[in-house]
Design a protein around this ligand. Structure first.
Ligand code: ZN
Length: 58
């Protein structure tokens, strides 16, 4: 389970998930600060293993 990139909380709510190229993308919303981010997890071994994209900070 990833942590919120804004406040570090792990109280996250999954909004949706989808595939993008060789990543599994999950959109999370933080229950503590309301920030929204995408978590990219790579299962193919190409590129970065995982990273975050900040979508919106409230
Ligand atoms: Zn947060």
């Amino acid at each position: 389970m990833p942590a919120c990139p804004y406040c570090g909380s792990s109280e996250l709510e999954v909004q949706k998930s989808w595939r993008f190229r060789f990543y599994n993308v999950t959109r999370y919303r933080c229950r503590r600060c309301g920030g929204i981010f995408n978590h990219y997890a790579n299962t193919s071994g190409k590129g970065k293993p995982e990273f975050y994209i900040r979508v919106r900070r409230r």
